[in-house]
Design a protein around this ligand. Structure first.
Ligand SMILES: Nc1ncnc2c1ncn2[C@@H]1O[C@H](COP(=O)(O)OP(=O)(O)OP(=O)(O)O)[C@@H](O)[C@H]1O
Ligand SMILES: [Mg+2]
Length: 359
């Protein structure tokens, strides 16, 4: 898959801008605040119909204007594709693929897979468990359309069950049949999600270790494991067993919405013991594993976006990272930095594979 052209109109700080990209490494170079991250986010937008940074459509319109538009031309399976995303204030957002409107955006997710690595991603290691669930969800939903639907349904039943618990507590009543219905729905959907997450964690593990050890030049051994209440007990039993507690707390305390991943570095928990650079290497290796997992499932190479490529990495790790992405395991890469010297020095022997774009 190869993105050849990107046009931005009133997207964040870009009034009007067009880029032609090369097939391998595209380096977006420019000073702080010039709009490099925004270009990467525009590519992410086209692939997953939302901002990586959680900004809503409204926040992405150039200040003082009332719409934005992103257009891209790309090649996939030797065929030319176009993608357009338009948003106008107080009107509906629109997504067009090959000029045909896409009615349900969730069907677009995974068609043009993408992996982003950004400085704030350290939250994957240091932040709350929802960050890790988000990572798993974004990985699996790009390869399995049903996953996203299951997850949305699960969350709906979860809110309904929580609302019922609240009502029972307030009115001192209990509708057992209603709870059993929710328990069963949550069990069926939750078990499917649990199985998909178990499988992806198992697949990510060896790829992750390989990349981490390469990045750290074999200095550290790392691992992770899936922490889920469903590992030992079926969800339906958990829900029945913990009903008393749920009624007191007025919310559902068992289920895949409590899942987590535990990370270890030389058998210590990295959250507490890893340095910033080690945590960053961890995140980068995790994202590379995500990339290779999606690539294997799709049969072609996703886009890789790396914002502030050398953020917190020492020169050894930076060089390793460039070597890895320059190889054949990765396809088209978009990266940003304020200066091109390190990149040009590291890739000096291979000047054909990269292009410097001054933003
Ligand atoms: N909706 C918007 N309209 C206009 N400008 C915006 C909008 N949203 C963000 N910006 C501006 O975009 C600029 C930031 O762009 P971006 O984060 O892409 O910069 P950058 O080149 O990545 O910088 P750095 O090197 O510091 O990471 C800021 O000046 C910000 O005010
Ligand atoms: Mg930036």
């Amino acid at each position: 898959m190869f993105l050849s052209k990107l046009a931005l109109l009133q997207f964040k700080n870009h009034p009007q801008r067009e880029f032609q990209f090369s097939r391998k490494i595209n380096c977006l170079i420019g000073n702080n605040g010039i709009g490099k991250t925004n270009v990467l986010d525009a590519i992410y937008y086209l692939c997953l119909t939302k901002s990586y940074f959680g900004h809503n459509d409204q926040q992405n319109i150039l200040f003082g204007k009332d719409f934005f538009r992103i257009d891209a031309t790309l090649v996939r399976d030797q065929t030319k594709h176009t993608i357009t995303y338009k948003f106008q204030n107080s009107r509906k957002k629109e997504l067009l693929v090959n000029e045909v409107p896409v009615p349900k955006f969730s069907t677009h997710v995974g068609q043009y897979p993408v992996v982003m690595i950004a400085p704030d991603d350290n939250a994957l290691v240091t932040g709350g468990s929802e960050e890790r669930r988000k990572f798993l969800d974004s990985t699996i939903s790009q390869v399995q359309m049903k996953y996203l639907e299951n997850l949305m349904q699960y969350n709906q039943f979860l809110s309904q069950r929580n609302a019922a618990l609240k009502e029972f507590a307030e009115h001192n009543t209990l509708d057992k049949a209603l709870l059993e219905t929710y328990n069963h729905k949550l069990h069926v959907l939750g078990t499917e999600i649990f199985e998909a997450r178990s499988l992806v964690i198992e697949r990510l593990q060896p790829i992750f270790s390989y990349y981490y050890e390469t990045l750290s030049l074999q200095r550290e051994k790392v691992s992770f494991q899936y922490a889920s209440q469903l590992r030992d007990t079926p969800l339906e039993s958990l829900l029945e067993k913990n009903l008393k507690r749920d009624l007191i707390l007025q919310r559902t305390e068992s289920g895949i919405h409590k899942d987590d991943i535990e990370f270890f570095i030389d058998s210590n928990k990295i959250k507490r013991f890893g340095s910033q650079g080690q945590q960053k290497s961890f995140v980068v290796a995790m994202k590379m594993a995500q990339y290779q997992f999606i690539r294997a499932a799709k049969g072609f190479r996703p886009f890789l976006l790396i914002d502030d490529i050398f953020d917190k990495l020492d020169p050894d790790r930076s060089r390793e990272l460039l070597n890895i992405i320059a190889g054949d395991d990765f396809g088209q890469v978009f990266l940003s930095d304020t200066d091109s010297t390190v990149i040009e020095t590291a890739l000096r022997e291979n000047p054909k594979i990269y292009e410097i774009l001054n933003i």
